[in-house]
Ligand binder design. Structure first.
Ligand code: SAH
Length: 260
């Protein structure tokens, strides 16, 4: 059989979870252990990378807010070139690849070049953050929807469906929004969400250095923006958060107008 006719492996688009190696799925761990070429995002931790075989080609593709990263076209081209050489290519992404992970674009690029894509799910940041601090995202009679969203800035304007976000029965999990948290809180209040709505900002979920900041929309609206260079952080907003035993009944009240 001529070399170009040899069967190619599907490229695996794998969720690495929020950081901790023991939050990898077994399927993801097996993919990493079998990789011959690993293209990984900046949020993927050392311990997970160390699971790849010694001989595995490891390429960092960046993708951390505010820092230089490889262009998407370059990543696509690399994946395609390596897979065409007959290598087992693993594209490793933080969290779940289908949530703000460009999985659709990458799978489509592979398909256009006649390569198959296999997607391996991962624990997304919202679930890892909620689990670590015992925060429910839904709660019977309180929150029946979870909205995973991002508040991106377009032309200096924060873009989010504010009307949908004001739904009191929805828990919002806002990715890439920590730096804009005060502005987001002001917009949510303006859209009709109660100023007393609990807010949790979780930084570095799943790592030992994880940090939870419990607050309310009113308190967050007047807070200083998060400092740059901090770890990845997710913003959770909703009444369900206070339904946990770990949520003090007076969290955030001190910042409310009129509070002693
Ligand atoms: N696919 C990823 C999200 C990628 S977008 C997932 O499913 O989790 C990157 C954003 O995810 C970060 O800006 C931050 O908002 C969030 N994030 C990723 N890892 C995180 C972590 N360990 N702790 C808190 N937030 C995290």
């Amino acid at each position: 059989m001529p070399p170009e006719a040899k069967p190619l492996f599907p490229v695996q688009l794998v969720g690495a979870g929020p950081g901790a190696a023991d939050l990898l799925t077994l399927r993801a761990a097996r993919a990493v252990e079998g990789a011959q070429a690993l293209l990984y995002d900046a949020l993927v931790g050392e311990e997970i990378l160390a699971m790849a075989p010694q001989a595995c080609l490891k390429i960092q593709t960046g993708k951390r807010a505010g820092r230089p990263s490889m262009r998407q076209e370059t990543i696509n081209r690399l994946m395609i070139r390596l897979a065409r050489r007959g290598l087992r290519v693993v594209r490793l992404k933080g969290g779940d690849p289908s949530i703000f992970g460009r999985v659709g674009e990458e799978a489509q690029a592979l398909r256009l070049h006649g390569l198959a894509a296999e997607i391996v799910p991962g624990v997304t940041a919202a679930c890892a953050a909620a689990a670590q601090f015992g925060l429910p995202l839904t709660h019977r009679g309180v929150a029946r929807r979870v909205v995973m969203t991002t508040a991106t800035t377009q032309d200096g304007e924060l873009a989010l469906d504010w009307a949908a976000a004001s739904d009191p029965e929805a828990t919002l999990a806002i990715y890439m929004g920590a730096r804009a948290a005060p502005e987001i809180a002001r917009r949510l209040i303006a859209a009709g969400r109660s100023p007393l709505t609990p807010v949790a900002i979780v930084e570095n979920a799943s790592s030992p250095g994880a940090n939870l900041n419990r607050t309310t929309l009113a308190q967050q609206a007047v807070a200083a923006p998060m400092r740059a260079g901090a770890g990845p952080a997710i913003l959770l907003v909703g009444e369900a958060l206070a339904a946990s035993a770990s949520w003090p009944s007076d969290a955030g009240l001190e910042a409310l107008p009129g509070a002693a």
